[in-house]
Design a protein around this ligand. Structure first.
Ligand code: GDP
Length: 470
């Protein structure tokens, strides 16, 4: 109970038998006065050798379990608007639906699965980092690989950088797809240079980021892209145990006129079966019908399969967790517990703020300050960034997880919430949706129009001398 209470304090709604990831476990360990160190469990995996930690809870759980099998990677496509995310998702779906199923009506359920050389890949069908980070802010990380689409005629743009920062903050490996190479104005080399400038070094340039030139319109390069996805997935050694009660996440949900609440679940662990008693967020239900991404009725869904299900009393929210329980009574009891946890959480203050930073540092609760920085012009971003980085002290690491030009948006707030960051706005405002979300998630937003004042405040906060603001 005590551990669950600490998790709630950090906005993680865990149940008694839930697997949490390293970062989440470490937060609680620190709360309780321990200093955790990550332990690499499978030294054979290439991604681990490179020093990366397993990214998802599924992965961590899987490693100790002898029953695990390799699972299809779950891929999100992100990038700047109009760079071709939707076209790419459509093209992959169109060309990769198995022949006997072609002609069958594809159902838009928020995710789909394709087969490449006998191996499956699951694509989340809502492109963009907004959905990705909104889910993460709710404690759900479903993506194993992020494909960042960059149009070869337009180059790296603000949302390209944003998408890369969001993927990095989530510790998800990135594959670059340089799109629109069919265009006469395409300049893939320039894109690679621009990427290098923001620290993404592609393999041709001696780095380790996989980069594939493609045309989402003509289909050129898409086979290579899919193969690269499988390769990166293989290096991650993604596994899960299909023989346990299923755990999954809601990807999408809606109220259907004839059938009632319908939810798309991405199964992460175990196998979801017809008739299973389930808890989805604060709702108790039973799987009464289950359909795959082609609208076909199915009886069971192994890990990484997207399925839409019927049998919930209400429409759940994307990011809600699904859990299979032994019987109806347990389902109702768990659902009530989660509803109660949510009520308790909504009255908790946010977890990071400059005012309380010093206290948290003293108590050993905070070792770094994550910052999302939004400015009116790029020049100011650089100036503030340099000034901030100089401030980094031994006691605490300042970590700029995202910087950008423009007003503060809901997506910035989601990123801050998911990463325990504060937001600094310099000569910019927050839009209404962002303000509402910040209040809901307890994310601190601070506004400045003079650089030295901003720096002074952070310095003061680090020393515990900041005047509280009301
Ligand atoms: P999104 O906003 O990233 O989802 O971008 P869309 O997929 O909607 O694409 C934006 C525009 O670029 C559309 O008019 C597409 O037809 C076009 N487009 C996408 N991919 C390609 C490509 O590979 N080549 C060319 N020439 N146009 C493309």
């Amino acid at each position: 109970t005590e551990i669950i209470r600490h998790l709630i304090k950090h906005h993680i709604f865990a149940s008694i038998n839930q697997v949490v990831d390293y970062e989440q476990a470490a937060l609680v360990a620190r709360d309780l006065g321990f200093e955790p160190t990550p332990q690499v469990i499978s030294p054979t995996s290439a991604s681990l050798q490179r020093g990366a930690l397993p990214t998802s809870a599924v992965l961590e759980a899987a490693r100790d379990d002898k029953d695990t099998v390799p699972i299809p990677p779950v891929v999100t496509i992100m990038g700047h608007v109009d760079h071709g995310k939707t076209t790419l998702l459509d093209m992959i779906r169109k060309t990769r639906v198995a022949a006997e199923e072609a002609g069958g009506i594809t159902q838009h359920i928020g995710a789909y699965q394709v087969e490449v050389k006998g191996k499956k890949i699951t694509f989340l069908d809502t492109p963009g980092h907004e959905a990705f980070t909104a889910m993460r802010a709710r404690g759900a990380q479903v993506t194993h690989i992020a494909v960042i689409v960059v149009a070869a005629d337009d180059g790296v743009m603000p949302q390209t950088r944003e998408a890369i920062d969001h993927a990095r903050a989530a510790n998800v490996p990135i594959i670059i797809a340089i799109n629109k190479i069919d265009k006469p104005t395409a300049n893939p080399e320039l894109v690679k240079q621009q990427l290098a400038e923001i620290g993404v070094i592609v393999e041709d340039y001696g780095g380790d980021t996989v980069c594939v030139p493609i045309s989402a319109r003509t289909g050129a390069g898409i086979d290579e892209l899919l193969e690269m996805i499988l390769l990166v997935a293989e290096m991650q050694d993604l596994r899960a145990n299909p023989n346990r009660p299923a755990v999954g996440v809601v990807i999408e949900a809606k109220l259907e006129k004839n059938t009632g609440p319908m939810a798309t679940i991405l199964v992460q662990e175990g196998t979801l079966k017809m008739g299973d008693h389930i808890v989805v967020g604060p709702l108790a239900g039973k799987v009464r019908a289950m359909f795959n991404d082609r609208g076909k009725r199915i009886q069971k869904a192994p890990p990484s399969t997207p399925v839409s299900i019927l049998g919930l009393p209400e429409v759940p929210q994307p990011g809600d967790r699904l859990e299979v329980v032994p019987d109806e009574r347990t389902a109702k009891q768990r659902a009530a517990e989660i509803a109660e946890q949510r009520r308790a959480e909504s009255s908790l203050p946010g977890h990071v703020s400059l005012d309380t930073l010093y206290m948290q540092m003293q108590e050993g609760k905070t070792k770094e300050l994550n910052i999302v920085l939004k400015c009116d012009v790029q020049g100011t971003v650089e100036a503030i960034k340099n000034a901030l980085l100089k401030l980094g002290e031994e006691k605490i690491k300042l970590h700029l997880i995202h910087e950008g030009v423009g007003n503060i948006t809901e997506t910035d707030v989601h990123l801050a919430a998911a990463s325990g960051a504060i937001i600094i706005g310099f000569n910019v405002k927050a839009d209404n949706a962002a303000l509402r979300q910040a209040q809901k998630e307890g994310v601190e937003i601070r506004y400045y129009d003079v650089i030295y004042q901003l720096i002074e405040d952070i310095e003061a906060a680090l020393k515990g001398l900041l005047e509280p603001t009301y």
